[in-house]
Structures are given as C-alpha cells and as structure tokens.
Design a protein around this ligand. Structure first.
Ligand code: SF4
Length: 365
C-alpha cells in the first residue's frame, strides 16, 4: 500500500498535491454521483484551499471514501467534501467565476468510442441544439438571468467541449453559429474548441477570419497505442501530423493548446512529444491524471502496481519539460479538474482566487 506522506517527502511534492492526485487516480468507494461525481475537496493538508474535481465513484477497491462532508483515506478523515453531484453532461456552465463559459452544444454525451472516456457512464442534459431556431440564444439569456448578469460582455472565453462533428466543415459551421449567437448577447471574447477535427490550413484560416479570436485545444489524449485507446476518427491523427497541425494553427493566428491523458503512455513518450509541441502552444497543456473506472482500465494503463509513485515521477518529468516555458505557460485551476498541480508548480506556490476559502466554502474555480 503506497504511503502518501513518504512519497511526498521522497519526491518533494506537497502532501495536498499527492492526496489530490491519488484521489483522482483511485476515485472513491461511495457511490455518490452514480459512477462519476463533481465535487469540491478541501484537503486538511492544504489549509484554507478548496479544489473542484471530478472523480470516479463506486470504486469499491479505492482507499478513499466520502462520509457526509468528510473525505476519508483508509477510514480516517483527511479533508472536507462538498457540493457532490452526478457529473452529467450539461449544455453549458461557467468556470473561474463568470470569466469562462464551457458549452456542450453539440451533444457531447452522444460521443462514444474512446476506451477511457466516461461519457457512456454519465447522464446527460446536453441535447443537440437546433441551430435553425433561437433555442440557444434563449437558453443563454436565461442562464445570464440565473447568474445575475445582463449579458455575456464580460465573459472572456467560451470553449466548446465536443468532438462529435465528424468532419471539419460541420465543426466550422457550428462555430460560426456559436459566434453569431454569443455575439448577439454581447460576447466579444475568444471562442475555442476542444477537438481534433479541424485539420487543414484552409480550415484554420476560415475560423480565424470568420469566428476569431479563436483557440484550438487539440484533443490528442495519447501519443502511443492510439488505435487501441481512441475512436477511429481521433486515432487517424498521427502524432507527427498533430505537431504539424499545431504549427499550422499557430501560423494561421489561432491560440493553441493540447489535452493529454497522462497514464495511457510511457511518460518518456509523452515528454518526447510534448517537448516538440511546447514551442507551438500558447496555452498551458491540459495534462490530466488518467482516471480508472474499472479493473480493465487499471490494467491497460502505464502506471503499474504503484500508480501514485508513477504519477509523481510523471509530474516531475513533465515539470522538466515545461521548465523552459515557465515564463509563458503556467497551470490555472479552472482549466483542468484532474491536474498534476494544486498548491505548487515548479517549486513555486500555485494559487488562484477560486481555490481560496474565505469561509467554509469558496467559489468554484
Ligand atoms: S472523442 Fe472525446 S467525448 Fe468522444 S468518446 Fe472520445 S474522449 Fe469521449
């Protein structure tokens, strides 16, 4: 059984970060959230800090559990858990206060096929939006009312979280639709897409000119065994082609990021690819702890029999890759609910207003 305090001392990683990485990796025994839950976790090891996370639940062999508002490790309380709810796919929600809006307007929940993806186990309230009507505009207006804001003029980024378009043209068409509907409600910020479906220079030129300012978050996910892990439409993008795609997006004027699920590949392979990609990125890469939802997923991962040790070694290897870019790229809590960094990054304190507890609760990061 891995001893988190000993690992914290050995790797020089704060205990709170070790605890949160382990919680992400193992999930919790309790079945709050029916297989997958959003929640706020305030580890005792990070006094005064609270982190939004999404964890696998009903993991009966996990050492973590939730009992009422207590987070337990091996039966002992190690922090507080709050706002626990089933992680269903929603049409949209805010991050970082009301600065960033995530949208699932193309029925993300209908997308299946990648081995590690929890979509199939989640409920959904993200129906495909009818782009021929005012349905989305009306929904956005209602959301503004609910949030107590007049319009979307103060929102800095809207990010579309979906990959189910099938082809580049359909994705660009949907982005055009979104830009029109969002602008009608005062939005003037950056529109982004988490996807790998836009692949041509002509496509990037089109989105920059027609829906820009624009950001591409390339959903690469893994760099080896792509045929094994990913649905065919994603696996068809090779890792060299992915580098070229990022270069093309940059030279067309897009902001660029990438998502990788760390645990699907040997860490040397991830770092080798990432080192090539980093000069092309304007955003901190979204590096997610691989979350295991079943014994099969555990066996298929690269972590071996001491997963937390593996993830800490991975964190250090990733930091070494990222170090030359520390002035430009820094993790932000709102970007990633399964990150490697919570209270410290490259030996420096990492804090954002949304993670500071002013009372018993804090705003969601
Ligand atoms: S493309 Fe994305 S949303 Fe669809 S199954 Fe794969 S990981 Fe899940």
């Amino acid at each position: 059984m891995e001893n988190f305090e000993a690992l914290s001392a050995q790797f020089g990683v704060p205990l709170a970060d070790v605890t949160m990485i382990a919680l992400n990796a193992h999930g919790v025994c309790a079945n709050n959230g029916l297989g997958r839950a959003r929640c706020m976790i305030a580890p005792d090891a990070a006094q005064g800090r609270v982190f939004r996370t999404i964890v696998a639940t009903n993991r009966v062999d996990s050492r973590f559990d939730i009992d009422g508002d207590r987070l337990l490790l091996d039966g002992s309380s190690i922090g507080r858990a709050s706002k626990i709810e089933h992680d269903d796919a929603r049409l949209g929600y805010f991050r970082d206060g009301q600065r960033i809006l995530t949208l699932n307007t193309n029925a993300r929940s209908h997308c299946t096929g990648c081995v590690f993806c929890p979509n199939t186990g989640s409920d959904a309230s993200d129906p495909k939006v009818d782009t021929a009507t005012d349905e989305l505009r009306n929904w956005l207006s209602l959301m503004c009312q609910r949030e107590g804001i007049a319009d979307l003029s103060r929102v800095e980024q809207v990010n579309l979280s979906t990959s189910c378009f099938g082809d580049e043209q359909a994705a660009i068409e949907h982005l055009r639709f979104l830009r029109r509907e969002l602008n009608a409600l005062g939005f003037r910020g950056r529109l982004g897409i988490l996807s790998s479906v836009i692949r041509s220079r002509a496509g990037f030129d089109k989105v920059v000119h027609e829906v820009g300012p624009f950001a591409l978050f390339l959903t690469l996910e893994c760099v080896t065994r792509r045929d094994l892990w990913l649905k065919e439409s994603k696996a068809s993008l090779g890792t060299l082609a992915a580098l070229d795609l990022l270069r093309q997006a940059r030279s067309a004027g897009c902001s660029t990021g990438v998502t990788l699920v760390v645990g699907l590949d040997l860490i040397e392979d991830v770092c080798a690819w990432l080192s090539e990609a980093l000069p092309e990125l304007t955003e901190f890469p979204n590096l997610q702890v691989y979350q295991v939802h079943s014994r099969f997923m555990q066996a298929a991962g690269a972590m071996g029999i001491q997963p937390i040790r593996w993830f800490l070694e991975a964190r250090i290897a990733l930091e070494n890759c990222l170090r030359p870019f520390r002035a430009q790229l820094r993790p932000e809590h709102w970007q990633n609910y399964r990150p490697f960094w919570y209270t410290q990054y490259l030996g420096e304190d990492l804090c954002s207003p949304g993670t500071v507890m002013f009372s018993q609760q804090a705003a969601a990061p």
